[in-house]
Design a protein around this ligand. Sequence first.
Ligand SMILES: Cc1cc2nc3c(=O)[nH]c(=O)nc-3n(C[C@H](O)[C@H](O)[C@H](O)COP(=O)(O)OP(=O)(O)OC[C@H]3O[C@@H](n4cnc5c(N)ncnc54)[C@H](O)[C@@H]3O)c2cc1C
Ligand code: FES
Length: 362
Amino acid sequence: MSPTEAPNAAGSRPAPESNPGAAGPHPVTLTTSDGGLLTFDCAPGLSVLEAAAEAGAALPASCRQGTCGSCHASVTGGAYELGPHSEQALPARDRERDGVLLCRTFPRGPLTAALPYERSRILYGGVPVREATVTAVEPLAPETVRLELRLDDPDCQFDPGQFMELRLPGSEVKRAYSPANTGNWEGRLEFYVRLREGGHFSSYLAHRARPGDRLTVHGPQGAFGLHETGLRPRWFVAGGTGLAPLLAMVRRMAEWQEPQPARLFLGVNESQDVFGLDELAAVAAELPGFRYEVRVWRPGPGWSGPTGTPAEPLAAALPELAGTAPDLYVCGPPPMVDAVLRAATTAGVPPEQIHRERFLAT
Ligand SMILES: Cc1cc2nc3c(=O)[nH]c(=O)nc-3n(C[C@H](O)[C@H](O)[C@H](O)COP(=O)(O)OP(=O)(O)OC[C@H]3O[C@@H](n4cnc5c(N)ncnc54)[C@H](O)[C@@H]3O)c2cc1C
Ligand code: FES
């Protein structure tokens, strides 16, 4: 494999190839984790993501500009150029192992790549687009809001871990959010959103959102989700609103009474940021073998529970399994996800058992 790197910052596409004879189109072959094959030609100037869409296959993606990391894959052969992208979306250590962002991957010859998800996550009819009504906007903590929507179409099926893109009324602003509930036939969607200072969607939620507002929902999309690996324990590590997709997963386990032992570690910054305890207690009441704990990084006087980050209890607990590494599902802000990855790798959890979603800017 031979990547050529363009400048590492969001911006324009790489310059056209200097050798016009090699300009393409170039054949691309993508292999899903369950062995599915997707082949198409990538025309000059198109990214692999765009060429797949032109061939009728919508691959998991959100920002389409190298900032969110949702279109991550690994090149297994061929030459390519990587367009501008953020370091958080594709850290250097991933690039060195032929990790790529398909929205920023420009083939320079025949290219093959491995997709870290099953063929069912590729949408051949395009991403569903539906209208929804806001049914609730409630503060859960000073900077965390619970948003509930009802789709006009009651068919609200999705896999826990997937995300939806929500478009603001009368605007082109779209942001990715991961439902905390599970698929249903009432069109119900529940989201936990961390408010960002000055953010477009955050400002809408903080100041203007009201029950009855209309939003456009693009999805479900995304590759994050539960993997079927027999009775291996499933451990979940959440930072802040990263709880949402993991709560959806353990809620699904409770609905289906899945037998794998499950543990969830939730970390928040300050005691006032704690949320989701009733929901976790409800899962624990229904799902035998489910345990959870909450850690506060900078506790105030009102917090008497454990302190620190969720990476610490995880590192302490992993040796308890005596050689049977659990499947790990990790979601939250990039620094927490990275700390958990380090702890898990040090404890010997194989990389293929670690599944993660970073809540990056879209
Ligand atoms: C697949 C996926 C799923 C996501 N699911 C959730 C979810 O369930 N709950 C949730 O709270 N968020 C989630 N996010 C993040 C979310 O999409 C938005 O990035 C976030 O809500 C900010 O949007 P905004 O319009 O308010 O801010 P913007 O207008 O996009 O940005 C405002 C400011 O905040 C900074 N900023 C934006 N996003 C982030 C971020 N994620 N981390 C740190 N700084 C940021 C920007 O750099 C900018 O300075 C998810 C992201 C991805 C990629
Ligand atoms: S879709 Fe490629 S990085 Fe966001």
